[in-house]
Design a protein around this ligand. Structure first.
Ligand SMILES: [Fe+2]
Ligand SMILES: [Fe+2]
Length: 275
């Protein structure tokens, strides 16, 4: 190992539709690749959830010359074609995290472990307290949050055995309300859940990256003090670049702007896919 640091480019919520002009995104991603060692995408790559949208985006991702690790977002899963979506991404070299983590080993750089799941809603109130529009919806969200947290714990444990120099977590839903910004409190139950945060706090990774909360704020932390970044494009304004040193120092290196159509990923769509 010659370098004591590794640079991560992170983004989410691209919400690509067929026909979008992808030239700007291609340029931004290539710029990110020139300045970072790894690209993380925290879900909602596409908007409507059609397989054709992912096929439309995939050739751009194929051109990016650094490792890409992603989790799916609720919009990527809207069309119920989860496996097919993952297949399209894997065909262009994107590592999609669902049930296990990823270890990125680049010669001359610290090893990077990434644990990731999509996550789910469920909210941030104590377990069992009704938060959704109905007890049934809340129960379903809580069930899903337990399942997703168990998967995240499993992948963090597996990574722990590999002992990477730097470990980060990648989710679509938020593990904390501290990055939900101006999102209405009534929507919190579908933006993330506390269990995810508690699971992360068992392991103390260097950072958590998430998306999904379009009206959120960029910087927060879990209850246990793990730094959290909401890297949704409508929040960060593009692709965030961060440097992770093996001594634990994290440095903001910059932002590569990406335009966002604010009509994408509207609240009605988020509601319909919350569970
Ligand atoms: Fe989104
Ligand atoms: Fe989302």
């Amino acid at each position: 190992m010659t370098s004591s640091s590794i640079r991560i480019a992170a983004t989410a919520d691209l919400h690509i539709r067929i026909g979008d002009d992808l030239a700007y995104l291609r340029t931004a991603l290539l710029q990110a690749a020139a300045q970072a060692d790894v690209l993380l995408i925290a879900g909602d790559l596409v908007d409507v959830g059609r397989l054709a949208e992912m096929e439309y985006l995939a050739p751009i991702l194929a051109e990016i010359p650094i490792p890409i690790i992603a989790v799916l977002g609720n919009h990527d899963r809207r069309g119920m074609r989860r496996s097919a979506m993952i297949k399209v991404l894997r065909a262009v070299g994107v590592r999609v995290l669902e049930r296990s983590g990823a270890l990125v080993e680049i010669a001359g750089y610290p090893t990077l472990g990434i644990a990731g799941v999509t996550g789910s809603g469920g909210g941030f109130r104590p377990d069992g307290e009704e938060e959704g529009p109905s007890a049934r919806v809340t129960r379903a969200a809580m069930h899903k949050s337990r399942r997703e947290s168990a998967l995240l714990r499993k992948s963090l444990r597996e990574l722990e055995l590999l002992n990477p120099d730097v470990t980060v977590v990648l989710t679509h839903f938020s593990p904390t309300p501290s990055t939900l910004g101006t999102e209405p409190v009534l929507k919190y139950w579908m933006l993330g859940n506390a269990l995810l945060g508690r699971t992360i706090d068992e392991f103390s990774p260097a950072m958590v990256f998430h998306g999904h909360a379009h009206l959120g704020n960029e910087i927060g932390q879990t209850d246990g003090g793990v730094p959290v970044r909401n890297v949704a494009v409508p929040v960060s304004g593009g692709i965030r670049l961060l440097q992770f040193d093996t001594d634990g120092t994290v440095t903001d290196v910059g932002l590569i702007p990406v335009a966002f159509d604010a009509t994408r990923g509207g609240s009605r769509e988020e509601v319909s896919n919350a569970s």
